[in-house]
Design a protein around this ligand. Structure first.
Ligand code: B3K
Ligand code: ZN
Length: 901
């Protein structure tokens, strides 16, 4: 129907979007005890009828505001009586009821348009499948509701659709009814016995095939498991199913958490704004996080499926059974769940490798966020658009904070504390305070200062100095901490920072005895300690230290800080070989490489890299690594990989893109040239005929072989090239195929160039019908570091494989170019240096009207303009201004742009 007679003339839409503050939180005036939905889906539109049982919880209120966006109101009634015009008002943001009774049933009918819903939030259509995405505030695009996480309701949902095009009809909970209707239509009714906030609601209707399995819980209940995909993808579901069963068993064993419904379903759709969504009993996934088979999926892809399936499953307790009171508490569920999935992945594979991977991402991206205009604490105090706060800070730094708590409490107390948290708050919507309180109650610790991690943004710097006194055999470590200002606070108070450490003597790890400790205080193996920093400056003195040791600090990356200690290069080489902490061996390799990269960056900035010599200590250390038969091959590969351009950039106040790129490139080529025989030996040692397995050992072996191959292809001999081409043509798995392809494409050797083009064409020819493989092909080209990559990127946007409405494709081309190809993004075209920035702004403006969440996310690289050399900074800033001036800019993009200008 058209706008009802009493539609408000609110001009809210033209107002600048407004800020919401945590301090303004008020409990809802009403509960909604029961929600009955009837969703009648037709090709052009869907009719949603809602029947909601309201109960007042506060004193009488004159107006009750219900969220609702992009809804066409058909009818509204209270207790079956249609409302008169003066009893309600409708505007773009929702429905206001005037003088509602204390207890009533609201009946509304609205029309929505799934096919036209390009925001991929609310009810929308992905290819032929109708699906929903409600977190955080998408339910209001389905019906009028109190769309906030502290309103928890009992949902019953009936879906009606054509049987031919939508044979499968799903929602949360258990199916309680289904049947045939006239005109080829049918219905299914689902009831979810667990009260939940609207953000966990889901429905799916479409032509889906499925694989089924079963899990028996520790108390002996049978749970049906079902993964729904398009029929063509049915052969790619096994890995997700195995991962699901492993997650269910792991959560029982490690957290004592059992699944609660009789059925757990996963549905995969192509068009999805993020990785997946934990809707109660009916997870909806991006196909990229479900589908996997060796021929089409890389090892990284397999691990991502395992990790995301686990993450969403774990939310059933950390998020669904115990949920968030408001969206400021997002890290309550996300930080905790990331911590849980990361421990799970560590247990499924190698814990050191997983730790290195997580920390690499955190330091390259979260530290950058914490140092930029969008910096926010893991519990922000305000936001404009909550979708912008699904950040690496909330997720990954949030997980680091939970990890610190887990380590401070130790495994037994942490388990008791999580048990207490789940039991105490089951069925509730709570805050991070309650989470920390459970930790404090069980351990008896005072966590007051620790809680600053929730409220203060920014990455603490920890500077460490040492002193050895030979006569007294005392060794001291002095720590000073400080945290740079961030937009929300310039005067930071000291954090509670756990520093795990050990001391290396010439013959191995030394026993640690702090001044004042007696032997009785110490455990049998006392070569590792956790020092707790709480003051701006603190000194720890160790007694009976026989020699001046090399300290191994922040083992396992025990806190998300930037720690510095003046190691000599020889110390670093030594730690690389001998540290008992695997993480710190890798860390030493990174620090040694950073030091040598810094030599090259300085040389570049002083004029030229010609004649520059790479410190032979780095080459020798790498040679040793390549010969190390004991070390996990994945660790060897990681230690042989130079720090990423982003992480190198993090080390400098002002980012010199060309210097970083050129230095890294020179080091790569030098390492390849100096270690050619040792690298070839790694290829020879690898047996290419082995059948594929996604187990950690096989992944590790492939990763080392392919790291060696990428080095060798910098300046290959004919036989290196032949090896690479043979691997490309004969690989029995996508990891090897794509590794060979990128080694060919990224090689600058004239011997390779024609093969690279041919390989790219052949790859597309072979895989053009596999969307996820095509995404790899797109992003590999978008990341091509050679000059003028933007021309290729612009051509890719016109390629038949590109789809400007599909977030995976947008990420594979625009995202990969702007975030994964810094040299080309920042240098633009040879005759037009700002072309990369302009390209991004053009894409953001075009996308903002259709999918604001994805548009706002893409802006990130421009927000960092202050870190670049003046001409670049100006050009980036100008593009932000241009985005800001775009007509009808979404609140999502508005928030990012205005905060970063
Ligand atoms: N909770 C969802 C993320 C929702 C994002 C909404 N813009 C997936 C996850 O973190 O598990
Ligand atoms: Zn999550």
């Amino acid at each position: 129907m058209n706008a009802p007679a009493n539609a408000s003339t609110s001009d809210q839409k033209n107002d600048a979007p407004h800020t919401i503050y945590l301090k303004d939180y008020q409990p809802p005036a009403y509960r909604i005890d029961k929600t009955e939905l009837r969703v009648d889906i037709r090709e052009q539109s869907a009719r949603v009828s809602a029947c909601l049982a309201f109960e007042r919880q506060a004193s009488a209120c004159e107006q009750l505001f219900l969220h609702g966006e992009n809804l066409e109101l058909v009818s509204v009634a209270i207790n079956d009586r249609t409302l008169a015009n003066d009893q309600y008002q409708v505007d773009e943001k929702g429905l206001t009821l005037f003088n509602p009774p204390a207890s009533f049933t609201l009946q509304t009918e609205v029309t929505v348009y799934p096919k036209q819903n390009t925001s991929l939030e609310g009810l929308y259509k992905s290819r032929s499948i109708y699906c929903t995405q409600c977190e955080a505030e998408g339910f209001r695009k389905i019906t009028y509701f109190l769309d906030r996480p502290d309103v928890m309701s009992d949902f019953t949902t009936t879906i009606i659709a054509d049987r031919a095009s939508c044979p499968v009809l799903l929602s949360n909970g258990n199916k309680i009814d289904s049947g045939t209707l006239e005109d080829g239509r049918h219905f299914a009714t689902w009831h979810d016995p667990f009260k939940k906030p609207a953000y966990l609601f889901a429905l799916v209707a479409g032509d889906l095939a499925s694989i089924q399995d079963e899990f028996v819980t520790q108390s002996g209940r049978k749970v049906a498991l079902e993964i729904f995909v398009e029929n063509k993808d049915l052969d790619k579901c096994d890995h997700a199913m195995t991962s699901l069963k492993n997650s269910m068993a792991w959560d029982e064993k490690v957290y004592g958490r059992e699944y609660d419904l009789d059925i757990f379903m996963i549905v995969a759709v192509d068009d999805f704004n993020m990785g997946a969504m934990e809707n109660k009993g009916l997870n909806i996934f991006n196909t990229s996080c479900v589908l996997a088979k060796p021929e089409t999926t890389t090892d990284v892809g397999f691990q991502r499926v395992e990790g995301v399936v686990a993450h969403e499953y774990f939310h059933n307790w950390s998020g669904n059974r115990v949920t968030c009171r408001d969206w400021f508490q997002l890290s309550l569920k996300e930080g905790f769940t990331v911590y849980r999935d990361s421990c799970f992945s560590a247990d499924m594979g190698s814990s050191t490798v997983k730790r290195v991977e997580d920390v690499s991402v955190l330091r390259a991206h979260q530290f950058a966020e914490d140092a930029g205009p969008m910096a926010h604490p893991i519990r922000p105090a305000s936001f404009i658009e909550i979708s912008n706060f699904y950040t690496i800070t909330i997720y990954e730094k949030g997980a680091e904070v939970v990890r610190m708590l887990a380590n401070l409490l130790g495994p037994d107390e942490f388990r008791k504390a999580t048990d207490l948290y789940f039991e105490r708050h089951d069925g509730q919507a709570v805050t991070t305070e309650e989470f920390v309180q459970a930790m404090a109650d069980v351990s008896g610790r005072d966590l007051t200062q620790f809680k600053r991690w929730y409220d203060q943004a920014g990455t603490p710097r920890v500077k460490v100095t040492d002193h050895y006194h030979e006569a007294s055999r005392q060794y001291s470590l002095t720590f000073s901490q400080s945290t740079p200002a961030t937009p929300e606070c310039s005067d930071k108070k000291p954090f509670h920072i756990p520093v795990a450490m050990g001391l290396l003597g010439s013959a191995g790890e030394l026993a640690l005895k702090l001044d004042g400790e007696t032997l009785d205080d110490l455990p049998e193996d006392n070569t590792q300690k956790v020092l707790e920093l709480t003051e701006p400056e603190q000194t720890f003195i160790f007694n009976d230290v026989p020699e001046h040791p090399v300290p191994s600090l922040l083992r396992g990356f025990s806190a998300p800080v930037k720690l510095s200690f003046a190691y000599s290069r020889q110390d670093l080489a030594d730690l690389m070989q001998r540290d008992s902490d695997g993480f710190n061996r890798w860390e030493a390799s990174q620090n040694l490489a950073l030091a040598v990269l810094d030599d090259a960056i300085r040389a570049f900035r002083q004029g030229s890299l010609e004649g520059f010599t790479v410190d032979p200590l780095l080459i020798d250390s790498y040679r040793q690594l390549l010969g190390d038969e004991q070390l996990d091959q994945a660790m060897v590969a990681l230690m042989l990989t130079l720090p990423s351009q982003d992480y190198i950039a993090e080390q400098y106040e002002e980012v010199d893109v060309e210097a970083i790129y050129s230095a890294r490139r020179l080091l790569t080529k030098t390492i390849a040239a100096e270690l050619v025989e040792a690298l070839r030996a790694r290829l020879t040692a690898y047996d290419n005929r082995k059948p594929y397995s996604a187990e950690a050992d096989s992944i590790a072996a492939r990763s080392l072989k392919n790291t060696a191959l990428a080095y060798l292809m910098q300046d290959p001999s004919q036989s290196d090239l032949d090896y690479c081409l043979a691997q490309f043509n004969n690989a029995n798995n996508m990891t090897d195929e794509v590794a060979a392809l990128s080694a060919l494409v990224y090689s600058e050797s004239p011997l390779v160039s024609e093969h690279a083009e041919a390989a790219l064409a052949a790859f597309y020819q072979k895989w053009q019908d596999e969307a996820l493989v095509v995404n790899q092909w797109l992003s590999l080209q978008a990341r091509d570091p050679r000059p003028n990559a933007l021309l290729r990127v612009s051509a890719l946007l016109q390629h038949p494989a590109y789809d400007g409405a599909n977030p995976n494709k947008i990420r594979a081309v625009i995202g990969a170019f702007c975030m994964g190809n810094p040299i080309n993004f920042h240098t633009g075209l040879l005759d037009d240096p700002s072309a990369g920035y302009r390209f991004l702004a053009d894409q953001v403006i075009a996308l903002d009207a259709k999918n604001p969440q994805i548009a706002a996310r893409l802006i990130t690289p421009l927000t960092r303009w202050r870190r670049y050399t003046p001409a670049r900074a100006r050009a980036m800033r100008a593009e932000l201004e241009r985005i800001k001036a775009a007509p009808e800019l979404s609140g999502d993009s508005y928030e990012i742009v205005t905060k970063s200008l």
